[in-house]
Design a protein. Sequence first.
Length: 507
Amino acid sequence: MVLLAAAVCTRKGNVLLSRQFVEMTKSRIEGLLSAFPKLITTDKQHTFIETESVRYVYQPLDKLYIVLVTTKASNILEDLETLRLFARVIPEYCRNVDEKEVSDKVFELIFAFDEIIALGYRENVSLAQIKTYTEMDSHDEKVFQAVRQTQEREAKEEMKKKAKELQRQRMEAQRSGRSPYTTGIGSVNSSTGPMAPTQTSEMPLPTNPTPTPSASRPKPSGRGMKLGRKGADIDTFVDSVRKDGGVVKDANKIAAAEPTRTTTAPAVSTSPLHLRQEEKMVASLHREGDVDMFEVRGILCLNVANEELANIQISVAANDNRQVQIQTHPNIDKKTFNETGVVRMKQAGRPFPLNTDVGVIKWRFQSTDSMDLPLVINCWPSESGRGCDVNIEYELQDTSLELYNVTISLPVSNQGGLTVAQCDGSYEHAQGHLQWTIPLIDKSNSSGTLEFTAVGSPDSFYPVNVFFNMNSPFCDIRLNGVTLSGTDQNVPYTSECSVITEQYTVE
């Protein structure tokens, strides 16, 4: 058979979409389709019409027609079989076969038509293959989007921290009548150098160092990047588009529909002495169970609000039997910490800065052993006649851990529906992603299962992204107490611990 064109039109002859598979002029295809409604008669039972040059093969779809325009020499049986396939494709993309729905899905339908016909000849494809081909996506694009979202979240968290630190400095300056930018460990002329007052002071580990933003920013030159100017240009452009009648979607509303994890900036403590432990996890796992990389980075920060408590020492117990690398700040007495686990200033009598988050020790743990993972995810998609049967299982390997706000997200097409057979927890299916949520995973529910059936191939359900947080450190580094330097007098303090996943992916 030689198929010239396929079209969807109304009963009155209005063409909603038309796809030509051979080279034809626009005027010729418009003439053929405009003549079609006039040739339909109600006294005939068949659904094809022959003219001097072409044959129309058509089928009613509610208030519409699906029309194939072929040559007269084509095989009528093949034409009817192809027509049935076209008629099955349209309801797969349009919930209601009407003018509005077809107009909204016009490009999806054209892409599907192109999978059926190539250069006028029928391809040997089924409906399931057509959906698989049209729904294929780029793994590289998903990785790029995930990296970009992670960078944006980190930038927002850093801005929140900066704003809170600057606000605390301004309030302290107003109370004491001094400049908010003169705080540091010791004086500026100290031989060991001041600690940056407006950021968490950190030192990079020996390997794979992570750069930290400087507290003092040089004045940008003409060639440098001007973030403020770029934002102003974008706002001006958006305003001009809206004035011209264009529609600009709110990026915040779009991002809200995407799979995200809940992160909260550390609250400003009103305690005279506050200690904060923070850990971030990064894991890249294979679907077969191998571990590409698992890393945990942690830091211990203190914030002193009372000048009388500036000369203190902190007792830390590092009881982790794994290969955890621990490093102290350059102004901390490293030898004393290694021998006794006490964090104190290297220079005796030197106070900690006031109203500033100061990082005193940091640690890192790396592993490629799956037994070190806090949570193991097994995803088993298998093809069936209805699409794919998918079984996802989580397992908490260390039952002493408690994981909060666990979200397991994976791509699941909106086409074809979703049938859930079992779910330990709750789930939500929207915008091409299925999010499985478990509020708490501990020893009482150390394993759970989600079983569902959806359209797609086994590879289409990857990558699987996992998000959770913890209220106790993953690495066994804990606080024993705080005393005044050189004494055994205990000092009251408050503490908090937060563990989040920056990236936890199964590919």
